[in-house]
Write a protein that binds this ligand. Structure first.
Ligand SMILES: [Fe+2]
Ligand SMILES: [Fe+2]
Length: 158
């Protein structure tokens, strides 16, 4: 499938999330390097979706995109002391709570969010291939964003 088609299908899969005012709040917070939490989430969601479409055809690519886009929906600046203590361990549960308050999620999407920091969150295990994919892609994007090596050009809305 051509990359432009994959991008279009990806944007359609998360369209309601992408344009929601609650998800846009992620633009206010810095994630890695100069990247906002919103752009980090978009990077993780697109890379995970594209990997699914290319190599894991039996995986639920739509849920991968949606769960990945909400995986860091915790809505605070973890660099500031006013943020949550032990951010690395607790933010997946906060993101899941926020996501459930704002959007309808299926079990795959819930597990993607709660397990994305595994193995740091020992008991929140990835229970399906969709969660494993996002768990790995999140770490890959975090490293590349920190060193300014990622440029996907999804054209996120303002
Ligand atoms: Fe996270
Ligand atoms: Fe993340």
């Amino acid at each position: 499938m051509a990359q432009q088609v994959v991008k279009q299908l990806f944007l359609e899969a998360i369209a309601d999330l992408l344009h929601s005012e609650s998800a846009k709040k992620m633009k206010q917070y810095r994630q890695h390097g100069k990247i906002s939490t919103f752009d980090h989430s978009l990077n993780v969601a697109y890379c995970s979706y594209a990997l699914c479409v290319r190599f894991f055809k039996k995986a639920n690519a739509t849920s991968v995109a949606r769960g990945a886009f909400l995986h860091d929906f915790y809505l605070y600046d973890w660099h500031k002391t006013s943020g949550v203590k032990f951010h690395g361990i607790f933010h997946p549960a906060i993101a899941l709570k926020n996501a459930q308050q704002n959007f309808e999620l299926n079990d795959i999407e819930k597990n993607i969010i709660s397990s994305h920091m595994w193995p740091l969150t020992i008991r929140a295990l990835p229970k399906c291939k969709e969660s494993f994919i996002v768990c790995i892609i999140d770490k890959w994007c975090a490293i590349n964003e920190t060193f300014g090596r990622i440029k996907i050009n999804i054209n996120s809305p303002n």
